[in-house]
Design a protein around this ligand. Structure first.
Ligand SMILES: NC(=O)c1ccc[n+]([C@@H]2O[C@H](COP(=O)([O-])OP(=O)(O)OC[C@H]3O[C@@H](n4cnc5c(N)ncnc54)[C@H](O)[C@@H]3O)[C@@H](O)[C@H]2O)c1
Ligand SMILES: [Zn+2]
Length: 361
């Protein structure tokens, strides 16, 4: 078992990582302050893991379950409203604890509901996808999509605990597992060069979901993310490096329609574009692009944007992205392997060149 602390003063919390954690009351109980609990999950994850989780919640006055429909297309205010309906109908008060059991979609919505319900109640993240274990469950970004843009409605709201049971990944479909690997590779690129080398050496074992290798990788990613978040909780500066590849990736998700490309797949292609942009800015060479492409190929992730998308599609979608500040496009580029910076005003021409060099018409 690995454990670490996300250091955010009064909002600090532990992340516990390892197999066989779900259903073990000793990990959950210390982080639940009241007598009421509401588990938020979805129709896919509930049959797999809900019973195991409930075994770890003995002796509560009230344990309710809200089962949401599955899919990024349901990550909306309407769906969050179903959580509020259940909490009010079942008379949950301000001492209740919400538990998110699922991937990033469930985690983002449950966290947002926790931030809003009675102006804020406790919540716990139990991530069950690789992407959620290494990324979305850590750091307190919560929210939903709007038809005009992804994650446009939300709040910063930290959980009280992240319980990352690596056994849940045994049932994760291969395509979803690969999507999570994109975020794993991201940490190596932006802040952890030794981890990038480790991934080059261990990608096969990771893809086979070797228990020890998996726990090591999850721990390493959570440490990398926790360090970045601790230095800049609300993304006024350094935290933005976590968006490496994401402005391009969000454009892909928005134009293709939520759910057509998985978030991690879009981020994979987005990281290639962001690295090409870094190369055009003169900071990295072709060799690193080749190494990234080869890791993505091994992980069965896209290495280029969708064939149908044009330069105009990208520019329009990127103009709506949250990273546009006062009309200036802020993009994350690499200074070197393991070192990222936010480029405040990237010339449009450079972005267009990067897109074209990666095959976008
Ligand atoms: N909050 C953040 O900081 C942050 C960071 C990155 C991504 N995100 C968000 O996370 C979302 C993507 O998360 P995701 O990739 O986990 O997608 P997801 O939540 O849609 O889960 C992917 C699929 O796997 C299923 N599933 C989940 N756990 C499973 C398991 N153990 N076995 C079998 N099936 C399982 C889900 O039901 C779903 O069908 C996006 O909405 C993205 O915006 C948030
Ligand atoms: Zn992401």
């Amino acid at each position: 078992m690995h454990s670490l602390n996300v250091a955010l003063g009064a909002r600090s919390y532990p992340i516990i990582i390892g197999p066989k954690l779900l259903g073990d009351a000793q990990y959950l109980l210390p982080s639940i302050r009241g007598r009421q609990v509401c588990v938020v999950t979805n129709e896919t994850v509930a049959p797999l893991y809900l019973a195991r989780l409930l075994k770890g919640l003995p002796g509560f006055d009230k344990v309710d379950v809200v089962e949401l429909p599955d899919g990024e297309s349901y990550k909306t205010l309407n769906t969050v409203n179903r959580i509020f309906d259940a909490l009010l109908e079942k008379r949950h008060n301000r001492t209740t604890t919400l538990i998110a059991l699922g991937g990033g979609v469930v985690g983002d919505m449950c966290g947002f509901a926790a931030a809003c319900y009675q102006r804020g109640v406790d919540f716990i993240q139990i991530p069950t996808t690789l992407l959620a274990l290494v990324d979305s469950s850590v750091g307190g970004k919560t929210g939903v999509n709007h038809p005009l843009g992804k994650n446009m409605i939300g709040a910063f709201y930290q959980p009280r605990l992240v319980l990352a049971d690596t056994d849940t990944l045994t049932t994760l479909p291969g395509r979803e597992f690969s999507a999570g690997i994109a975020e794993v590779i991201k940490y190596g690129l932006i802040c952890d060069a030794p981890f990038f080398l480790w991934l080059e050496a261990n990608m096969d074992a990771l893809l086979q979901r070797d228990t020890a290798i998996l726990a090591y990788a999850v721990d390493r990613c959570c440490r990398d993310k926790a360090a970045v978040v601790a230095s800049d909780e609300r993304e006024s500066g350094r935290r933005a490096i976590l968006n490496f590849g994401h402005t391009f990736g969000h454009a892909i998700e928005t134009v293709q329609g939520y759910g057509a490309w998985l978030h991690g797949e879009a981020v994979a292609a987005g990281m290639v574009l962001a690295l090409e942009l870094s190369r055009l800015c003169g900071s990295v060479d072709n060799n690193l692009l080749g190494r990234l492409r080869s890791l993505l190929r091994k992980a069965r992730l896209p290495q280029r944007p969708p064939a149908g998308m044009t330069v105009t599609d990208f520019l329009q979608a990127m103009a709506l992205d949250k990273k546009v500040v006062n009309g200036r496009l802020r993009l994350v580029v690499l200074k070197a392997l393991g070192e990222a910076r936010v480029a405040e005003d990237t010339p449009r021409e450079k972005v267009i060149d990067a897109l074209k060099n990666c095959g976008v018409r």
